[in-house]
Design a protein around this ligand. Structure first.
Ligand code: 8YV
Length: 331
C-alpha cells in the first residue's frame, strides 16, 4: 500500500506532483486554514505532513495521529512544531534552511530601507492625492541608511547575510547581539562587531530582528527595550511575531520613543494589532520575507525532497537533506 501524506497548503503544481509519484496525497487547493480538530481529522492514517508555520504540531496532535512519521515544515523556522515531542515519538522533523537565506536578507534590508526612508507612508500620501505642491524641504524626510549603525539581534545565516549587505554595500557600522558570539573568522566575514544587548539597543540607528522564536525570545523587544533606543531609530522585524510586544511597539511609535518600524511578522498573525494599523510610521507586510518565486519554489522542492526521503523513497531514501532532529534517523 502506498503511504498517504497531507499537504496543508497549495504549492507549485509541478513540484507538488512529485509527491504523487510515491504517495497518495491529500492537499488543500483552496488554501483553507484548518482548525486543530480539522487538521487532526485529516491527519488520520497519514504517514507524512507538509506543514507550515500556521499548523501547530504538538504532543496532543501526535498522540491523536499515531501513523505520522514525518513532519516536513516549509520554512527555516519551526516554532510551530514541538520538536522534543516529535523526537520522543520517533517522528522526524525537517525544515528549509539555506535556500531562503539571501532572499530573506534582501527583504529584511528592503523593509529596513522602506521604514527608514518612509516609502510606504509617502506612497499612500501620493495615491490619496496629497501631493498637490512640490518643493517642501522636509516632505517625508527620513533617516539615512548608508553610514548609519545597523544593529542585528540574532546572528544566524540570515542575520549574517544582512550584516554583509550593510557593511559592504552601504558602508554601515554593523553591531550584533546573539546568544553566542560568532567565531572570529565568521565575525570578520560578516563585518559585524559583537555587543551586549543594552549596547545594541542604545547604539542602533536601525535595529533588525532575525532571532528564532522561543520562550526565551518572547517579547525580547518590549516597552523597556524600546525605551533604551534612540528617538530617531527604526525597528524591523522579519523573524517571528511574539518577539516584539506589538502593543508596546504601537505605543512607542505613537509617542515617538522610536521613529518608525517595519514589520513582516505579527503576534497572532494574520491578525494585526489594531493600534499598528492606525499608525503612519510603520510599514506592514504579510509575512513575505522569503517570497521570491525562485526561493518559494526552492522551499517547496526541498520540503518535498525531505518528505519523500523521510518516508524511504527516492534517491536519498532514509536520508532527508535537512533534518531538524536527525537522531530520529539513527533509530
Ligand atoms: C515562511 C518563514 O513563509 O522560513 C520561515 O521561517 O517564516 C517563512 O519563510 C513560513 O515559514 C511559511 O511557513
Amino acid at each position: 500500500m502506498r503511504p498517504s501524506v497531507l499537504a496543508t497548503r497549495a504549492t507549485f503544481a509541478d513540484i507538488a506532483d512529485r509527491l504523487r509519484e510515491h504517495f497518495d496525497v491529500e492537499d488543500n487547493p483552496s488554501d483553507t486554514v484548518w482548525s486543530p480538530e480539522e487538521l487532526r481529522r485529516r491527519l488520520q492514517g497519514k504517514q507524512g505532513v507538509m506543514s507550515t508555520g500556521t499548523e501547530r504540531i504538538d504532543a496532543a496532535l501526535l498522540d491523536a495521529c499515531p501513523s505520522l512519521k514525518a513532519v516536513c515544515n516549509v520554512g527555516v523556522g519551526y516554532n510551530n512544531v514541538d520538536v522534543a515531542a516529535c523526537t520522543a515519538r520517533g517522528v522526524l522533523v525537517t525544515n528549509t534552511p539555506d535556500v531562503l537565506t539571501e532572499t530573506t536578507a534582501d527583504y529584511g534590508f528592503a523593509l529596513m530601507m522602506a521604514t527608514a526612508r518612509r516609502i510606504a507612508e509617502s506612497e499612500h500620501f501620493l495615491r490619496a492625492g496629497g501631493w498637490t505642491k512640490p518643493g517642501i524641504f522636509d516632505m517625508f524626510a527620513g533617516a539615512d541608511v548608508h553610514g548609519a549603525t545597523l544593529a542585528i539581534l540574532g546572528m544566524g545565516r540570515i542575520g549574517r547575510a544582512i550584516a554583509r549587505r550593510g557593511a559592504a554595500g552601504f558602508g554601515m557600522r554593523v553591531i550584533y547581539h546573539n546568544r553566542s558570539r560568532l567565531a572570529p573568522d565568521v565575525e570578520a566575514e560578516s563585518g559585524a562587531r559583537y555587543v551586549d544587548k543594552a549596547t545594541l539597543l542604545k547604539e542602533a540607528d536601525h535595529l533588525v530582528l532575525v532571532v528564532p522564536y522561543s520562550p526565551a525570545s518572547h517579547h525580547a523587544i518590549g516597552a523597556a527595550e524600546l525605551a533604551q533606543m534612540k528617538p530617531g531609530a527604526t525597528l524591523t522585524n522579519i523573524a517571528r511575531g511574539g518577539i516584539v510586544d506589538d502593543a508596546a511597539l504601537a505605543e512607542a511609535l505613537r509617542k515617538g520613543t522610536i521613529a518608525a518600524a517595519g514589520l513582516d511578522v505579527f503576534e497572532g498573525e494574520p491578525t494585526v494589532h489594531p493600534a499598528l494599523l492606525k499608525l503612519p510610521n510603520v510599514v506592514l507586510t504579510p509575512h513575505i520575507g522569503s517570497a521570491s518565486v525562485k526561493t518559494r519554489r526552492a522551499m517547496a522542492a526541498l520540503t518535498i525532497d525531505n518528505l519523500i526521503a523521510a518516508l524511504g523513497f527516492g534517491p536519498s531514501a532514509g536520508h532527508p537533506p535537512t533534518p531538524v532532529n536527525p537522531e530520529v534517523l539513527a533509530h
